[in-house]
Write a protein that binds this ligand. Structure first.
Ligand code: AMP
Ligand code: GLY
Length: 416
């Protein structure tokens, strides 16, 4: 089969890597890809949101299956455009992608179908939102209702912070003209539960946990994710069964009932609160960096699973027992401004898997080209061993403009 992967980060590198283990994948293309992906696939210079160009490329090359990574491509309707052209594609339609692109859609769906989540109210008027927040408890959670590149969520500890965020979102339209969801503040460990979903069929992946803050001790600003690992010792088999039966499966069924059946990866961002497991958010795609620690544990042929979802059919994903733990190497300054173009050396000395998140080839050299640059994924019988392997290999990578966290996996290793 000829397969096209859309996207160009660590997640897409892990997808390409999993595909390259399949005997069914004869030729893999990746648009736009990156310097690491280029070693395992042919990169094509088309942006992930140029959906008509991607469709024309797929038609011209006779692509048998396309796999979508980023939410921007899904929200731009790539699945609808490919299907209209008779092309097989793994990823939800634009209508089904609303479970990620609209917080309000997701929250109303959960309310209507009794899926456990934080209590909430939605506002489009600043004065009403402000009065509601003033009458309620702190901290409070304010979420802009639309895609805001991970920056649309504010946890306000004080009334002043809450008011400033409401002004940004509803008076100054900092992210665009949208509404705001005001949500109850929940506590407990967060985890990511991704499932392959084909209408009402739901095939769970192994669990992973992401680390969103920039610095050790979960300090500093929120990022796209600085590390991840799998499995999660603090989530029991019962917790997992509860989440599958009361959250992921009912949500898939609800999407069918609402007339927008979901096909692709349904990502539950969940929290184990003292009142039970609740949804923090849904995403309509593979998580990044969770995918890079989850797919290496997949024992089954991923092409069978993608086809079962894209074309209808059955799959029974099987998983390896070993643990994976990945550490992000990010450009100094990220998630704020940072420099690009710094040379990376030592990659040939690394034994772990290295997924490229933001790199570029410059002649024979590989240089930094993004905020998150590399993701080093160690493997071991235990999380502690996987962590050791990852940190050993991080130390082998030479670059003068990268930093990383040293405490990835702390929830599993120390219980806090
Ligand atoms: P989201 O973009 O919805 O995943 O929110 C980003 C982060 O904000 C989450 O990963 C949580 O750490 C935090 N967060 C979101 N909603 C809540 C909530 N209701 N209670 C506590 N923390 C939350
Ligand atoms: N790792 C969080 C996300 O992919 O949204």
């Amino acid at each position: 089969m000829k397969i096209l992967v859309i996207g160009g980060g660590g997640r897409e590198h892990a997808i390409v890597d999993a595909l390259s283990r399949s005997p069914q994948a004869e030729k893999i293309y990746c648009a736009p890809g990156n310097a690491g992906i280029a070693r395992q696939a042919e990169c094509v210079a088309i942006k992930d949101t140029e959906v008509e160009r991607l469709r024309d490329f797929a038609l011209e090359k006779g692509i048998d299956l396309t796999v979508v990574g980023p939410e921007a491509a899904l929200a731009a309707g790539v699945t609808d455009v490919f299907r209209a052209a008779g092309l097989s594609i793994f990823g939800p339609t634009k209508a089904a992608t609303r479970i990620e692109s609209s917080k309000d859609f997701a929250k109303e769906l959960m309310r209507k179908y009794d899926i456990p989540t934080a209590a909430f109210r939605t506002f489009d008027n600043y004065a009403e939102a402000s009065a509601y927040v003033k009458a309620g408890p702190l901290p409070t959670v304010l979420k802009y209702d639309g895609l805001a590149a991970g920056k649309g969520v504010v946890i306000a500890e004080t009334q002043e912070q809450a008011d400033e965020a409401l002004r940004d979102m509803l008076l100054d339209n900092k992210f665009g003209q949208g509404r705001v969801v005001v949500e109850e503040f929940l506590t407990g460990p967060e985890f990511s539960f991704m499932c392959f979903v084909s209408e009402t069929k739901v095939w769970p992946m192994v669990l992973a946990q992401d680390h969103k803050r920039a610095y050790d001790g979960d300090m500093g600003p929120n990022t796209g994710g600085m590390g991840a690992y799998s499995p999660l010792p603090f989530i029991t088999a019962e917790d997992e069964a509860y989440a599958l039966e009361h959250i992921l499966k009912p949500t898939a069924a609800a999407m069918v009932a609402e007339g927008c059946p979901f096909e692709g990866v349904l990502y539950g961002g969940l929290m184990k609160t003292p009142q039970g497991i609740k949804v923090i958010e849904f995403n309509a795609r593979f998580g990044d960096p969770e995918t890079e620690v989850v797919l290496p544990r997949l024992k089954s042929d991923i092409v069978d699973i993608f086809r079962a979802v894209a074309e209808g059919g059955d799959a029974q994903p099987e998983w390896h027992d070993f643990a994976t733990l990945g550490v992000v190497l990010a450009s100094k300054g990220y998630p704020g401004s940072y420099e690009k173009g710094h040379e990376i050396k030592g990659l040939d000395k690394v034994e772990s898997a290295v997924y490229h998140m933001g790199t570029k080839a410059d002649g024979d050299r590989i240089v930094t080209a993004g905020g998150r640059v590399l993701f080093v994924v160690g493997r071991g019988a235990t999380i502690a061993e996987a962590r050791e392997a990852a940190l050993r290999d991080v130390a082998r990578i030479e670059c003068d403009n990268l930093f990383h966290r040293t405490d990835i996996g702390h929830w599993a290793l120390t219980g806090k």
